[in-house]
Design a protein around this ligand. Structure first.
Ligand code: FE2
Ligand code: FE2
Length: 286
């Protein structure tokens, strides 16, 4: 993928943010919190430009605390590993990218962000129901699963607008539209490439890279299947937000492999609009 012409264009766009590799290492530590050494983890997190001030700001202005949070260490100790890693991932997914709104003109990343939150909520519910993977990690991974789309929004916005238009006006499936516009590449490959560049944990790389290929043989197979199904449910929710009547059909085989009922999926789909608005209000400060 490294030598694909689209990756070259992304690199040459001049918009690709520099993320220190220490950030990926700190996330690895936060994923195994019982093993992590807090001071080492904090010193790695502190290499991410702006993360410390954002965390401190969120806590002092949006949470009703009885003490003031002054340092990154205060914030991490208060939030705990689970919440810190969620905020850190949401932060790099959205804010570290220059110009928070992205640069595409037709594609609307605020609506797309709701799809990501919807995927997080659905993944959390499916993980909880099946017991096959850690539901809190799955929530976090939902936020970043389509990071490849964010990269396109920032670095190659005209391409993303063309893909989006093809999808809306001609009803082309978004993966097929991407392959046409991006010289055979897709947002999953771009996302996996950026996760590797940033040194993000292997599990995240695999989910980002394989969430549209749920039959892949991988160490994170359960996580990939859960994310695939969550993404499918949330894609239908996103289509409604865009005002289209299209329904994305998920694989029944994956549903059976996860041993969950159609009714459970319908229940999630019904809950999603309200839940997304609720979660969006909580994390819009990030
Ligand atoms: Fe995707
Ligand atoms: Fe998605």
């Amino acid at each position: 993928m490294q030598n694909h012409p689209i990756i070259k264009q992304i690199q040459q766009s001049g918009y690709m943010p520099e993320i220190p590799r220490a950030f990926g290492e700190s996330l690895n530590m936060l994923l195994e919190p019982w093993e992590y050494r807090i001071d080492e983890c904090i010193s790695k997190l502190s290499t991410v430009p702006g993360l410390e001030s954002t965390l401190i700001h969120i806590l002092n202005y949006n949470a009703k605390l009885n003490r003031e949070i002054l340092t990154l260490k205060d914030a991490v100790v208060y939030l705990g590993a689970k919440n810190t890693r969620m905020i850190a991932i949401a932060y790099i997914t959205r804010l570290l990218l220059p110009n928070r709104k992205g640069r595409a003109e037709i594609f609307d990343n605020k609506t797309y962000w709701k799809h990501c939150i919807g995927t997080s909520i659905a993944a959390h519910l499916i993980a909880d129901e099946t017991g096959l993977c850690d539901k809190d990690k799955m929530f976090t991974y939902g936020l970043i699963h389509d990071i490849g789309i964010t990269v396109l929004d920032i670095c190659l916005p005209q391409h993303l607008d063309k893909i989006h238009t093809m999808q809306l006006e001609r009803g082309v499936h978004h993966i097929a539209a991407e392959k046409i516009i991006l010289n055979g590449a897709t947002h999953t490959e771009i996302g996996m490439w950026i996760c590797k560049e940033w040194g993000l944990p292997q599990e995240i790389q695999e989910i980002v890279g394989c969430h549209h290929s749920p039959f892949v043989d991988s160490e994170s197979a359960n996580e990939i299947r859960v994310m695939y199904l969550a993404d499918s449910i949330s894609t239908n929710y996103y289509e409604r937000l865009l005002g289209t009547e299209k329904t994305f059909i998920y694989s029944e085989r994956i549903r059976n492999m996860l041993n969950i009922s159609k009714e459970f999926i319908e229940e999630i789909a019904e809950k999603l609009p309200k839940e997304v608005e609720r979660v969006n209000r909580v994390i819009e400060y990030i």
